[in-house]
Design a protein around this ligand. Structure first.
Ligand code: FNR
Length: 377
């Protein structure tokens, strides 16, 4: 198949990766209404077509969280990338480095922060889950610092787990049961890479968190460690420990954005975790303009959840985000075709964004404003 868009990657990804890992990515919590709305609300935001502008010199260079980027996007932190495609974190980090966009490593990655640092030369960002074991959190912050990570992304919207029915039904695990094994037998390419590649584990956690020395103990740890106590005082503590720029991810309300601004947080990610947490929450793109009205003079806004094209990146810029994070679009490309897939994805998004800018009469990202889009029902 000739890949021309993100949806093509999704279809190839679906055919190549075991069903339980596809379902893990391609699902939202409970009824999945927020998961679907994230994408459909982007479609409701129309772009104004403008003509008669010299559009020979289009540039997508800009800054995100104070770093220069060639495209206004970063790869979102996604757990278990290294199982969607063996060595996944390192492959995405390398593609990101090649294109000059940030890669954000999840706490729940297969490759450890040290392994990713070893395999790359550009600094990447680290996403922190604030778990109950604060000694582990402190150590993780310092490991990310020592590995040269340039930004710390604190995930704020996972103080409880949004239930995903498919994961329960599939008995999601990195140790497959018989039913999952039967499905894996239909994915020979993935099975071969899995069988011949390095052992799969959670690199940041196993051997570092208390009492976690193998996979079985890790799964119990992960379920028990989600911390319902996470509050703004913890954010202050983490900032002190990190002693550098932090980004708060998972802000979806004007009041919370104001609290972050009052604390002097530089950057927030307007996000509902891709519809995986609070089912019934509004889409990220529908909240973005309200949050921008309230705090954009004090805080830089990024956006994720539902971004599937360069047109969506244009829409997010118009509504007040300086850039977007890509979750599933990256998973589809990686699962479909490994590092090459992620590189093709970046070229596709680059072209889509440039074409959209040109046909909307823009040569600079800074020229895009709320006047360039309008909502339809
Ligand atoms: C995620 N997300 C996520 N976020 C985070 O802070 N830490 C994590 O480990 C994960 N893991 C994760 C796994 C999978 C499979 C998905 C799909 C998502 C959320 C992610 O960073 C981002 O917020 C969403 O993916 C954005 O929505 P889209 O782009 O997937 O629609």
């Amino acid at each position: 198949m000739t890949i021309t868009c993100v949806e093509d990657f999704r279809q190839v990804y679906r055919s190549r990766v075991p069903r339980m890992f596809y379902d893990y990515a391609e699902s939202g919590s409970y009824t999945e209404s927020t998961f679907r709305q994230n994408e459909s609300d982007f479609q409701r935001l129309n772009i104004r077509q403008r003509v008669g502008v010299d559009i020979r010199n289009i540039t997508t260079l800009t800054e995100m969280a104070g770093e220069s980027v060639n495209l206004p996007l970063a790869f979102a932190p996604v757990g278990m990338l290294g199982i969607q495609n063996i060595g996944g974190e390192i492959k995405v980090a390398k593609a990101a480095q090649k294109f000059g966009v940030p890669f954000i490593l999840s706490t729940m990655s297969i490759a450890s922060v040290e392994e990713v640092a070893e395999a790359t030369s550009a600094p990447f960002w680290f996403q922190l889950y604030v778990v109950k074991d604060r000694d582990f959190v402190r150590e993780m912050i310092h490991r990310a610092k020592a590995a040269g990570c340039s930004r710390l992304v604190i995930t704020m919207d996972l103080s409880m787990l949004g239930q995903r029915h498919r994961d329960l039904k599939n008995k999601l695990s990195i140790r497959p049961n018989l039913k999952n094994l039967v499905n894996i037998a239909t994915k020979p390419r993935w099975a071969y890479e899995f069988a011949t590649g390095p052992a799969v584990s959670f690199g940041n956690v196993v051997g570092h968190a208390k009492g976690v020395d193998d996979l079985a103990s890790l799964l119990t740890w992960a379920a028990e460690m989600v911390d319902p106590a996470l509050d703004w005082d913890d954010v202050e503590w983490i900032r002190r420990e990190w002693d550098g720029p932090v980004i708060l991810k998972g802000i979806l309300d004007v009041e919370d954005a104001r609290i972050a601004a009052d604390m002097g947080i530089e950057t927030i990610v307007v996000s509902n975790h891709g519809g995986r947490q609070l089912d019934g929450a509004g889409s990220s793109i529908s909240w973005l303009p309200r949050i921008a009205d309230a705090v954009s003079d004090r805080v830089e806004l990024l956006l994720d959840s539902g971004v599937r094209s360069g047109m969506d990146i244009f829409r997010a810029r118009a509504m007040g985000a300086s850039g977007v994070l890509l979750g599933r679009a990256m998973v589809y490309a990686l699962g479909a075709m490994g590092q090459e897939g992620v590189e093709i994805l970046l070229s596709i998004l680059d072209k889509e964004l440039r074409t959209t800018m040109g046909l909307a009469g823009k040569t600079q990202l800074d020229d895009i404003s709320p006047k360039d889009v309008y909502w339809t029902d």
